[in-house]
Design a protein around this ligand. Sequence first.
Ligand SMILES: [Fe+2]
Length: 443
Amino acid sequence: MDYIYLDQRIVNDRTMDSRIKKPAQESLRSSVAGYGTYQSLYGLGYTYDAPQENWMNLGCPEISLQQMQDLLQVVDSALKEIGRRKFSGGELYVNALQKVLGNRERRGPESIFIVFEIPGKDAIKGRVFFLNGDGYVEHSETITMMESSAYAINLINGDIERSNWCDTCESIAHYQGKFHPAVKKVLARPINNFVSKPISGEPRGAIVAFNYPDEATTYDADVLKSLSVVIGSVVTLSTEMHETESAFIYTIEALARTCEAADEETGNHIIRVNRYSEILAKAIGMEGQFVRTIASSAQMHDVGKVHIPSFIIRKEGPLTSEEMAIMKQHPQFGAKIIGDAPRLSMAREIASSHHENWDGSGYPGALKGEDIPISGRIVKVADIYDALRSKRSYKPALSHAQVLEIFLSGDNRVYPEKHFDPEILRAFFKIEHKMAGIYANLG
Ligand SMILES: [Fe+2]
């Protein structure tokens, strides 16, 4: 087969014959190292016969440049999301792939297979991504293969590879033998070409793009290289963030448990209060980040009790007014222990406001209505539900039905209409069965 090398891109004679009129061909043949992009052919006054979609099919630096700029935009957006702690690796995939997968208006591969190594195992796993008829990114089930298998060799450890079936095989059918059966199964048609590139970072991975229109070009390889850098860098960041977040949550849980040790036997009280607060926040329509934060911050509500003498905390029967005055200091002690760190701002406001009442009769600030932070109003409902359900030195455990009755009509300690945010109280009655489920599982 006769090839003309055009700005490092390979175009075969037959393709060229059908697309570019004679003068252009002659010019190309005599100027092997020339600036042979199709844009410059236009600049020389040559004409091009093919319709727009065929033109796109061959790829060009302008298209790859645009795609790389789109990918940079993905990184920029991801960095902003990281700053707001709203980032997730899954969303990154969708954003980046949306900009690289081919469709009617844009040149690109039909499918992209992204795999990562499984730590501690000689295996890699990943999924095939593609655009559905509506232009949304969809993916296959997870595909796992041994790292030492013929299909995976050099995928992670190799370098960028670009392959068109006609360069290496006698037929497209013969070419299919290179690919894992599970990958072929989810592709819409046989594989004609691919570009693969390892993904650096932790965990290591690889990206393989299948079925570019006509052939996989060096420009396609450049775009894929950019995609692999984008995915590698942000997946590494995502992993780091996840580990840091886990360590952070472990630390605040340890702090909450340490302070709880001074309290009476409360079992999984702090864990249950996290869960109740999470579902109450969801039920009143709070956004995802708030729900996630309250789910780990609610447990800090009573850390201030570490400064309250244990004879007061463990006292059976009612507290004297003097003892009660000391007990009522635990919200301020809690806020002081938690400190001013921005990451703990919700934990701090919960600690200081979970004993405020909707009608302003609570402590320590006698705050009223919406002046009480929403996080504190939520945790108040969660904390009282759990306190009523649990046995304490001054009271027996109550059943879920008994607590429902108190939340409906009140008793000599709890006045629902005066103490609770009415919206949260309504949400409580919608999800009370889930509250009961959490107590049953973690009681
Ligand atoms: Fe408290």
